[in-house]
Design a binder for this molecule. Structure first.
Ligand code: MN
Length: 291
């Protein structure tokens, strides 16, 4: 018999900080209640850029060239447009509902900016960046870039054409998401009109959480407000979501990667020797070049 997952904590958005000059984010984990770096494994980090109105700027705001290795950065755009360029030769622009799934793997350089035209006009900006860990056997995989347009997401409708589970990765009741992943995980946006209900089910051992992007919802009967993060215990399987008002909810659930973590800045490895090697590889140009 399956049972509801117990809510371990409802976490309000931590005070925001700037990443570069373009991303004002609340860092939900690692840290705080989720100080254990493996608490949400395979998800290592969640930075949430809650809705903010950027003034017009001729010079696009963002983060300049920096390295990553040993994991994947997943950027989800909710408002505004984000441009990406990397030293593996990939680039792209994502806008509302699109996702960029970048595998840093053996290492690359990239830069992340507000897209030019969006920057010139200014406007509402809202996004999520997730860091997804790679298991030791895939740490050194070749860098890869998946641009996942909103039109290509899996959609499982719930009672009307405006209420659905949008599947980015993994699957929901047989509807699959377009992202290819290295370990089992589910990443959805639940887009629900007021009063619509979604019933989700994940293995008890999968680390599971959700983030209210828009609106508010009853999560296993408990009302949770916009911008709040819900962490579940690893006890039951079921989650019911009922939209109290029109809502968008990011849902994360994944099989933990049970390996040691050595995390330093933009590197996420299994041990410190590998971190040192990655820093050396940046300095000797092995991550390529990017201007
Ligand atoms: Mn980055």
């Amino acid at each position: 018999m399956s049972t509801n997952k117990t809510i371990e904590a409802v976490i309000p958005p931590p005070a925001p900080h700037m990443v570069g000059d373009g991303f004002r984010v609340h860092s939900f984990f690692p840290g705080g209640r989720l100080i254990d770096k493996k608490r949400m494994s395979p998800f290592f980090l969640l930075d949430y850029g809650s809705k903010v109105d950027f003034s017009p700027s001729e010079e696009p705001r963002g983060v300049g060239v920096h390295p990553h290795a040993g994991f994947e950065t997943v950027t989800i755009a909710y408002q505004g447009k984000i441009a990406h360029h990397d030293s593996a030769g990939n680039s792209g622009i994502i806008s509302e509902g699109d996702v960029q799934w970048m595998t840093a793997g053996s290492g690359l350089l990239h830069k992340e900016y507000h897209e030019n035209e969006f920057s010139r006009k200014g406007g509402l900006f809202q996004m999520v960046q997730l860091w997804v860990n790679l298991p030791a056997r895939h740490k050194k995989t070749k860098p890869k870039y998946q641009e996942l347009s909103n039109a290509g997401m899996g959609r499982h409708y719930l009672g009307d054409k405006e209420s659905y589970i949008e599947v980015i990765a993994g699957e929901f009741q047989g509807t699959k998401g377009p992202a290819s992943t290295f370990t089992p995980m589910h990443v959805y946006n639940a887009r629900l009109k007021k009063d619509r209900i979604a019933n989700l089910s994940f293995s008890a051992n999968y680390n599971t959480a959700l983030l209210i992007i828009e609106g508010k919802a009853l999560i296993n009967e408990k009302e949770v407000a916009t911008d709040h993060f819900v962490l579940f215990k690893n006890d039951g399987e079921e989650i019911s979501i009922k939209a109290v008002e029109d809502a968008v909810i990011l849902v994360l659930s994944g099989e933990p990667i049970d390996e040691p973590i050595a995390a330093y800045g933009p590197f996420l490895m299994n041990n410190w020797k590998e971190v040192e090697q990655a820093m050396q590889d940046v300095n000797t140009g092995k991550f390529g070049t990017l201007v």
